[in-house]
Design a binder for this molecule. Structure first.
Ligand code: PLP
Length: 450
């Protein structure tokens, strides 16, 4: 249907095809503004992505300057100064735990490249049978056929199962609803030991890599593993020559109050996938980083990594990454994410006591809230109610955007929302975000008019 008077709204193919979407026309700091001039506090920075805040002149200038100089050159044939600078700065940000960086266009591609690097490493190490990927249920790793197959959030996978290879998943580290019915007092790290069982079932010679989010993203909104979890995982990976890959697409670049979330857990991964906040929210870019030994193995054997994407390593995106890393450093934003994250966590104490709130969790400026029908039994709301979507819609009516998730159908989880604002958020803005959530939870969210 051709509607000549429509500005274009009717031609957009949306995620939720029947929803009435608000059109956002501009942003400044932690606020976004719709095309009618209404202001919304961006309490989740989009999907926990806009880490520097909206409308930064310095970012616009970098994009402008680089666009005038050079936007594109093919990485297969050439290198370019912004690519080199961003690679060095990213390795430096990891204190050179990582030595080589492969830039791509977003988080999903970073995951795909990481899994392929693992495969190439084993091939070039004379172990061609090592190809299986183990990941976790109630996880999210992206939306291509590969990344969805490794994803454990079944709701995201179900419609596309005919395209997904059958990979192996183990239970998540989800202490609020432990899959092994343990509590922190009697935790034996069964969720970590499950990796060893899975490797033994598949045969260690067949397993390439274990993939996990160090702090869970939207599938479990901020679930933090129990103490010792990743140390045990690292031990198991080392024992069976299985590479450890961290999906830090959401947690990387300062989000959890450390530059990378693995720094909380006393381990280093063999492969690190990044996206989202890597460009502060100013350019669609992702990266996969590895230590020297992984790169050396491939370099000294086949010498070819025949994977990649046309836009990977483009100078425009890389100039934004360098600027983002500089900006984070100059403004001490990793520390700010930690201190403001603690402030937010303390403010959320009020919500912890709310009868509909089962759990509040997370690190830094990445805090998830899980809702329940019954606090004692932890019974979640019926999925068909769309409780968290009602919370998010009610917040929007009050001038705040918050990202939500309706849990998973493989393994129980309640409805959730995730607060992940830009790092520049102030204490006063956090107070008003929490206040809006409180007001919303005290409304009749279950009414059939919603
Ligand atoms: N991994 C995690 C943990 C994510 O949260 C996401 C996106 O939400 C992805 C991977 C995929 O990233 P992208 O949407 O940039 O492809």
């Amino acid at each position: 249907m051709n509607n000549q008077t429509d500005s274009g709204k009717s031609h957009v193919f949306h995620f939720f095809l029947n929803r009435k979407y608000v059109s956002i026309a501009s942003g400044k700091g932690v606020y976004i503004y719709d095309d009618q001039g209404n202001r919304y506090l961006d309490a989740s920075g989009g999907p926990i992505l806009c880490s520097l805040g909206h409308g930064l002149e310095e970012m616009a200038d970098v994009i402008n300057e680089q666009a005038r100089k050079l936007v594109y050159v093919h990485r297969v044939d050439f290198t370019n100064p912004p690519l080199e600078e961003a690679s060095r700065k990213l390795c430096e940000a990891s204190n050179f735990v990582m030595d080589k960086v492969f830039f791509v266009s977003g988080g999903t591609e970073a995951i795909e490249i990481g899994i392929k690097i693992a495969r190439k490493y084993h091939l070039d190490n004379g172990k061609p049978s090592k190809s299986r990927v183990i990941s976790r249920w109630q996880s999210y790793h992206g939306s291509t056929a590969g990344a969805l197959a490794w994803t454990g959030a079944t709701a995201r996978r179900n419609d596309f199962m005919p395209y997904l290879h059958d990979f192996n998943h183990i239970p998540p580290a989800y202490c609020y609803r432990c899959w092994f019915n343990k509590t922190p007092d009697n935790c034996d790290l069964d969720c970590a030991n499950a990796l060893e069982n899975e490797i033994m079932c598949l045969g260690p010679d067949n397993v390439s890599v274990f993939l996990a989010e160090p702090v869970s993203g939207m599938a479990l909104c901020g679930a933090v593993p129990p103490e010792g979890y990743f140390e045990r995982i690292r031990e198991i990976c080392d024992k069976y020559d299985v590479l450890l890959m961290f999906d830090e697409v959401m947690t990387g670049a300062g989000r959890t109050g450390k530059m990378f979330a693995y720094e909380h857990f006393n381990v280093v991964p063999d492969i690190l996938a990044l996206g989202k906040g890597l460009s502060g929210g100013y350019f669609p870019i992702g990266a996969t980083a590895v230590p020297q030994f992984i790169h050396d193995k491939i370099a000294s054997n086949s010498g070819v990594f025949g994977a990649g994407h046309s836009w990977g390593g483009n100078p425009l995106g890389c100039s934004v990454v360098s600027k983002t890393l500089d900006y984070i450093k100059e403004h001490d934003l990793v520390e700010r994410s930690h201190t403001l994250g603690e402030y937010l966590n303390n403010k959320l104490d009020k919500l912890r006591a709310h009868p509909l709130v089962g759990d509040v969790r997370g690190l830094g400026l990445m805090r998830g809230i899980e809702f329940v029908q019954d606090k004692t039994t932890k019974k979640p709301f019926e999925k068909s109610l769309g409780f968290s979507s009602r919370v998010s819609a009610a917040c929007l009516e009050k001038g705040m955007f918050v990202e939500y998730s309706s849990g998973c159908d493989r393994g129980q989880a309640g409805d959730m929302v995730m607060l992940g604002p830009p790092f520049i958020i102030t204490e006063e803005q956090i107070d008003s975000a929490v206040q809006i959530l409180e007001q919303v939870l005290d409304q009749d969210l279950l009414s059939s008019d919603r």
